[in-house]
Design a binder for this molecule. Structure first.
Ligand SMILES: *Cc1c(COP(=O)(O)O)cnc(C)c1O
Length: 383
């Protein structure tokens, strides 16, 4: 049995080593213990400030505007795709994981023409392939790419893809859900829209999605939407006119998000937050390798967000038992989502530091010993 202390958050909950919802600070949760009407002046001021701060965090306080969407991150991605790609447009999707596949379904359901360039889940998107696809098909108006593909944790070269897209005079849409707030893009990187949500690297609670939109692009998006609720142009126009949400806003999620943004700034913004996650990731990966585990990705392609680990070969290793025993010790990990390899995932994001990662490693070590598993090594070396 492990004699390490239980993994616990500031509010005594098991730690979430997952891609979101995440462990949040006590102060972020405490920001929700009030009631606000959707027309409440305190709420509306916090909401307006939040929207400005998100665009500033993206590095585009002047050129872009934040349009929020009720719901999880997927709602924001669907709002982005269906509102920014016009009815006669065509979307090229760079796909290397489940989130790219999901985005393609959104385009198909909305009746938008689409094409895709696909890559293995354990490889980053190749900008040269995007370039070739754009050269070959002048009908393509927009390109979609995911910053960190959370399916595997692979980091995609969004800056380089953006350069190719700009050179070919097309528009870029970015799913930066699991990167925003921890991994930045170059100041020169151009995009029409970038989607993210409250419950990932900003460490808020779930319920709020948002899309950072180029001002000219959102102004030109009237009439594109395929649904009322996910019409980003209408949502934006509503804010411009009245400063209010069209439909009931997730007031508590927004107030918690405002607090989470304060805490993000106090930590040193993207650099500070990304630095902590990089330290978490390094401690985790080093500790796992010391137990024989093998990560899916080489370090150069690994984003410090979530780590995919090959399933150990030892027949005594039973994932469900491993998962349940870790949960009992206060560490919630995540099943794999890969189609290419049997794997599980461990997140580095949320209100977690190196001490928490070391605690998780101690719990993993104790659990392997209990199961009688000598090594975390997979059946064969991944390429
Ligand atoms: C989390 C995530 C989403 C949105 O997922 P939800 O479950 O709707 O919050 C979209 N794209 C990526 C890359 C993500 O990591």
């Amino acid at each position: 049995m492990s004699n390490a202390p239980l993994g616990r958050s500031e509010t005594g909950d098991p730690l979430l080593l997952t891609p979101g919802p995440l462990t949040t600070s006590k102060t972020t949760k405490a920001a929700m213990i009030h009631d606000w009407g959707s027309r409440d002046a305190t709420f509306l001021a916090a909401n307006a400030s939040m929207l400005k701060r998100i665009a500033a965090l993206a590095g585009h306080a002047d050129s872009h505007v934040t349009v929020p969407v009720q719901g999880s991150g997927t709602f924001a991605v669907e709002a982005m795709i269906t509102s920014m790609v016009p009815k006669n447009g065509k979307l090229l999707l760079a796909i290397n994981g489940a989130y790219g596949v999901r985005a393609r379904r959104m385009a198909e359901i909305a009746g938008r023409a689409s094409a895709s360039v696909e890559f293995p889940e354990d490889r980053p998107v190749d900008p040269a392939a995007v370039d070739a696809a754009l050269a070959a098909d002048p009908a393509i108006t927009h390109v979609f790419v995911v910053h960190c593909e959370t399916t595997s944790g692979v980091l995609n070269p969004v800056d380089a893809v953006a350069d190719v897209v700009a050179k070919r005079s097309r528009k870029l849409l970015v799913d930066a859900m699991s990167a925003f707030g921890a991994l930045g893009l170059a100041a020169t990187t151009k995009y029409d829209a970038l989607a993210a949500s409250s419950n990932k690297c900003i460490e808020g609670v779930p319920g709020l999605g948002f899309v950072v939109c180029d001002k000219a692009a959102i102004a030109a998006a009237k009439g594109n939407a395929t649904t009322l609720t996910l019409d980003l142009h209408d949502q934006w126009a509503g804010f411009e006119k009245t400063g209010q949400w069209r439909f009931t806003p997730p007031v508590h999620a927004i107030m918690a998000f405002s607090q989470a943004l304060d805490e993000h700034a106090a930590e040193g913004g993207v650099e500070g937050r990304g630095g902590r996650y990089r330290r978490n990731c390094k401690v985790l990966v080093d500790g796992l390798r010391a137990m024989g585990f093998q990560t899916l990705l080489p370090d150069a392609q690994q984003a410090p967000i979530i780590v995919t680990v090959h399933m150990p070969a030892d027949p005594k290793f039973v994932f469900q038992t491993f998962y349940d025993r870790l949960k009992e010790q206060g560490y919630v990990i995540y099943p794999g989502k890969l189609t290419v390899a049997d794997s599980f995932r461990i997140g580095c994001i949320g209100r977690l530091d190196e001490t928490h990662m070391k605690g998780a490693l101690a719990a993993i070590k104790a659990t392997l010993a209990e199961m009688g598993v000598a090594s975390g090594a997979p059946a064969r070396k991944a390429a």
